[in-house]
Ligand binder design. Structure first.
Ligand SMILES: [Zn+2]
Length: 287
């Protein structure tokens, strides 16, 4: 459970958690380009992102954004479960919504940064063998390139379970799913923009209100060491070269603006900044 509220101008952000887990794939498989010993320089700064010598601990965070009379949920975690491939854990997003006094019926828009399984899981719930929308009054939105990509049979064949059929296709069938182009206004102050590489249609969100700005970055970075090591690319980056280019470009911007950055896979609530120290960039936790 998280208890974190942040204001960007008139925009309110509530950090939510679906789970915090030890990722079952070991570091050397998850990050094939990174010699395992190279992680050691980050263990002291980010102790909550490691489990023992060989594994990563990862937050599955989601964010509720209130802006201009709209309520937007950004990403929906792994879902209910239990997930055998993750050691039998279950997602806790619904309980965290309750503890933050948020009614699922309040949500107008469910925005998915991308269509990986850990960002779409609570889109639907199984009721009497049918997958029905968890957020009954919401439109569900994601970039058109991700819908096209993750519908491909050869891409779905790599998934451990048929998650698109459970969490996405029922929404498309019910006419509740809208695809986005490269830029989309979720409200006048909340703008989604294409940040490709992790997936073809991966999007981040710029929050801008009353002269304040922040970004919810999605999976451009999934570990804070990538702020320093922009070329470190996990197994999940669909196109490593594009992902690295996107990371470098955004890190330049975020550093020069000193902008608050919100990262769903960093220890909750995932808020920090990109700072420079002795010629190198680092993730600084908090504001
Ligand atoms: Zn993710």
């Amino acid at each position: 459970m998280t208890d974190f509220n942040m204001q960007v101008g008139e925009i309110q952000i509530v950090a939510l958690t679906d789970m915090n887990l030890v990722y079952p794939t070991p570091l050397d498989e998850l990050w094939p380009r990174v010699p395992p010993a190279d992680w050691d320089r980050y263990r002291e700064s980010f102790p909550d992102t490691f489990e023992g010598a060989s594994h990563m601990r990862i937050e599955i965070g989601c964010y509720l954004v209130r802006s201009a009379g709209k309520t937007i949920l950004i990403d929906t975690g792994y879902g209910d479960g239990p997930f055998e491939n993750l050691g039998g854990v279950r997602g806790e997003l619904m309980a965290d919504l309750v503890s933050n006094k948020i009614d699922p019926a309040e949500v107008d828009t469910v925005f998915m940064s991308h269509l990986h399984v850990d960002h779409v899981g609570w889109n639907t719930r199984e009721v009497d063998g049918q997958w029905v929308p968890t957020f009954p009054n919401a439109r569900y939105v994601a970039h058109e390139a991700d819908l096209a990509h993750f519908r491909k049979p050869e891409v779905q064949a790599n998934a451990r379970y048929p998650y698109m059929e459970r969490y996405v296709e029922p929404l498309v069938k019910a006419g509740l799913f809208d695809t986005l182009g490269d830029e989309a206004d979720l409200t006048p102050d909340v703008k989604a923009f294409l940040t490709p590489g992790h997936t073809p249609g991966h999007m981040s969100v710029l929050l801008a209100s009353s002269g304040e700005r922040a970004v919810i970055q999605g999976d451009v970075l999934i570990h804070p060491a990538q702020v320093t090591e922009a070329e470190w690319t996990p197994l999940f980056d669909n196109d490593a070269d594009v992902a690295i280019r996107t990371r470098r470009r955004l890190l330049d911007e975020w550093e020069s603006e000193g902008m608050p950055i919100i990262s769903c896979h960093f220890p909750a609530p995932g808020l920090g900044r990109v700072v420079r120290y002795e010629g190198r960039r680092y993730w600084q936790v908090g504001l």
